[in-house]
Design a protein around this ligand. Structure first.
Ligand SMILES: C=C(O[C@@H]1C=C(C(=O)O)C=C[C@H]1O)C(=O)O
Length: 287
């Protein structure tokens, strides 16, 4: 077997981290399925719920379409997840995978279930705590982190980039620090390209992963976050203030729809999980 070229080794290292994340998510889903079984038992509901399964599949199909994931991949992943969820509840998996589901089942499945906010919080606390995600993210090689950040920024900031609103970053170095994940990147504008570089930052925007995601997902505005000191600027005042102004006036409607939806969902989940973990810590529950 010829030696593994360094670039391939780096990509494979990143693939291993993504695989870890997939397994972590599958483990979280299984814990939630066990919790769903307890809820159904205490409510006297049947454990098997083909209508809900049909709705889970329909959501996955629609979401896969929006994020450009092949439909077959989404279907196989969801089928595996549902099979496993059924197994841990002691149920026989549905081998026809919902193909027999009639219209009435689907309509029933779309009816909203009311669950108490305490149940909701307990369920959210079953998700892996942020510290686990931090370990995974930090294990991603810095060069790859920079590459992913460049791609994400180029997509989110495509409109200000095209209009020249990012010209203030030409040859200047702005840091982005994610305090709870102990991650720090420095970005600059190099000609027409946004780049993440290894340079000391002249100014730095600092916040927690959840708050930065809330900003990117447009669930909080930069003004509020800066005012409440959940986002903090340090270093060169002029560069920092120009960056802050840009964040406050980001043309959100120009961010591609699929990305907006993904950011919004990620931010809502992160916010709800953070609140649940905080409340749990406040009540002395294990988080
Ligand atoms: C997890 C549940 O139990 C089963 C598994 C499902 C799933 O994996 O999504 C959906 C419905 C049920 O047949 C549930 O009822 O939500």
């Amino acid at each position: 077997m010829p030696a593994e070229p360094p670039a391939l080794a780096r990509v494979r290292h990143a693939i291993d981290r993504v695989d870890d994340a997939l397994l972590l998510l599958l483990a979280a889903r299984l814990r939630l399925a066990r919790r769903a079984a307890q809820c159904k038992r205490s409510a006297g509901l049947p454990l098997r719920d083909p209508a809900r399964e049909a709705r889970v599949r329909a959501r996955a199909d629609a979401f896969a379409g929006r994020i450009g994931l092949p439909a077959a991949t989404a279907r196989r992943a969801i089928a595996l997840a549902i099979d496993d969820a059924c197994r841990v509840q002691g149920l026989t998996p549905d081998l026809d995978q919902g193909r027999e589901a009639g219209a009435t089942r689907i309509i029933a499945a779309t009816m909203h279930n009311t669950i108490s906010s305490e149940t909701h919080a307990r369920v959210l606390r079953l998700l892996p705590p942020p510290a686990r995600w931090a370990t995974l993210l930090r294990a991603c090689p810095p060069a790859l982190q920079r590459q992913l950040l460049e791609r994400a920024m180029t997509r989110v900031l495509a409109a200000p980039l095209a209009s020249g609103a990012l010209a203030f970053l030409q040859g200047r170095y702005l840091g982005i620090e994610v305090t709870d994940l102990a991650l720090r990147w420095v970005v600059t504008l190099d000609g027409e390209r946004l780049r993440a570089v290894e340079q000391p930052a002249q100014a730095c925007v600092r916040g927690t992963a959840t708050d930065l995601l809330l900003l990117a997902g447009r669930l909080e505005d930069a003004d509020t976050l800066f005012f409440q000191r959940r986002l903090v600027l340090t270093g060169d005042t002029e560069l920092g203030l120009t960056a802050r102004n840009l964040l406050e006036r980001l043309p959100w409607e120009q961010v591609p729809l699929g990305l907006r939806i993904a950011l919004n969902r990620g931010a809502r989940l992160a916010q709800a999980a953070r609140d649940a973990h905080r409340e749990g810590a406040g009540n002395g529950a294990s988080a």
